[in-house]
Design a protein around this ligand. Structure first.
Ligand SMILES: NC(=O)c1ccc[n+]([C@@H]2O[C@H](COP(=O)([O-])OP(=O)(O)OC[C@H]3O[C@@H](n4cnc5c(N)ncnc54)[C@H](OP(=O)(O)O)[C@@H]3O)[C@@H](O)[C@H]2O)c1
Length: 359
């Protein structure tokens, strides 16, 4: 096997929502070497037709074939948009080594911690691995990195991800359904005394008065923002809430039972199948902006608060991913395995179009 990667950017899952958006941005920016990888030649061709300039497509039957092709053909950058990150992220990141680079949108603590566990291996292999390169993780991680710069370890971090996205006519799709079901099955999480600890899913209900005058509720979910905030702050106590968590007073009491039911493999599979096929309707985003929010406390009584304002969270995710892919392609990302702001600094968030507002 030749260890030198070819200068190609493979988008695995290019027929999905984020894949299409990323391909459009990379081709509009005249980044060469983009290859759309997916399971259907027809769907790939119809996406390629909408893009500016000739673009390569590659049909591969499924994950195993994609993994084997990455190992064999050695693209310079692999973008994993397949979802099911618990099973796909670490094998694909390892397949990029040596000399190749990997990025994904993973959002669960275990996957992110598995990817960061590859740090020494990736550095030795001259590879960059970046997990969670979307609104999810970066919108709060960038705030924590920025607020903690030059400060001692804080005693407590509260972070909130308050996304707002338009929806399209279609179906939810399996990748998103797996993420949603696994979040519900796991139950809530928070850091207590430096350890990831179970808390009830949907607890820590928060009502936010947003800087643009709108309001939104959020509650605890077990998301990778927690892991990234712990890496960035080393705080012993960290809480995370998301506006995507169920906050209705009718649903919240049923969540512990739902969590237990979804831990049964047949129930999990049934729920994923049904959610994946559930129809989505075209609708504008519910609020004008998406927000990341952080409040950080230090033992001496110092408190810092900041907001990150972006527009549509899905568009912002594609913009963040584009910026990360460009850095990986140009070789400017550090070697090793990192979350996005740890790799490229909080300026990545503003490069991708967000604004910081200090409270
Ligand atoms: N961190 C964040 O902020 C953030 C934001 C948005 C999305 N996400 C995550 O990013 C992932 C992609 O999102 P999306 O909205 O683009 O999802 P999507 O529209 O459902 O697209 C998923 C893509 O993966 C492909 N795929 C799924 N399972 C596969 C398998 N077993 N083998 C081969 N290909 C497979 C699909 O191919 P087919 O067309 O052949 O089905 C499709 O191209 C999801 O996991 C989502 O949860 C994260």
């Amino acid at each position: 096997m030749d260890d030198k990667p070819i200068d190609e950017i493979w988008i695995l899952g290019a027929t999905g929502k984020v894949g299409r958006a990323l391909a459009g941005r990379l081709t509009a920016a005249r980044i060469p070497g983009v290859v759309l990888v997916g399971r259907s030649a027809e769907r790939l061709a119809s996406i390629a037709e909408t893009l500016d300039g000739p673009i390569r497509t590659r049909r591969l039957a499924g994950f195993a074939e994609m993994l084997a092709a990455v190992q064999r053909e050695r693209p310079l950058v692999v973008v994993n948009l397949l979802g099911s990150y618990a099973g796909t992220a670490v094998p694909l990141a390892k397949a990029c080594m040596p000399n190749g680079n990997y990025v994904d949108l993973s959002i669960d603590n275990d996957t992110l911690s598995g990817l960061i566990g590859l740090h020494d291996e990736a550095r030795a292999a001259n590879s960059s691995v970046i997990g969670g390169a979307g609104f999810g993780v970066l919108a709060t991680e960038a705030l924590v990195v920025r607020l903690c710069a030059g400060m001692p370890y804080p005693s407590r971090v509260q972070i909130d991800a308050l996304s707002s996205s338009a929806s399209e006519d279609g179906v939810m799709g399996e990748a998103l359904a797996v993420t949603a079901v696994d979040v519900m099955a796991l139950g809530g999480r928070a850091y207590r005394e430096g350890r990831l600890t179970p808390v009830p899913l949907g607890s820590n209900l928060r009502n936010h008065a947003l800087p643009d005058g709108t309001t939104v509720k959020s509650a605890a979910v077990p998301s990778g923002e927690l892991f990234a905030a712990r890496q960035a702050s080393n705080a012993p106590t960290i809480d995370f809430t998301s506006a995507l968590a169920p906050t209705s007073p009718l649903i919240r009491p049923a969540l512990p039972l739902l969590s237990r039911l979804l831990q049964i493999p047949s129930m999990r599979r049934m729920m994923i199948t049904s959610m994946a096929a559930s129809k989505t309707r075209r609708a504008p985003r519910p609020r004008p902006h998406s927000w990341g929010h952080a409040v950080i406390d230090w033992a001496d009584g110092t408190r810092r608060e900041s907001w990150l304002r972006a527009d549509d969270a899905m568009d912002y995710t594609a913009d963040v991913l584009t910026a990360v892919v460009r850095a990986l392609y140009a070789g400017t990302a550090p070697r090793g395995a990192c979350t996005p702001a740890a790799a490229l600094g909080p300026g990545l968030a503003t490069d991708a179009g967000a604004t910081f507002l200090d409270g």
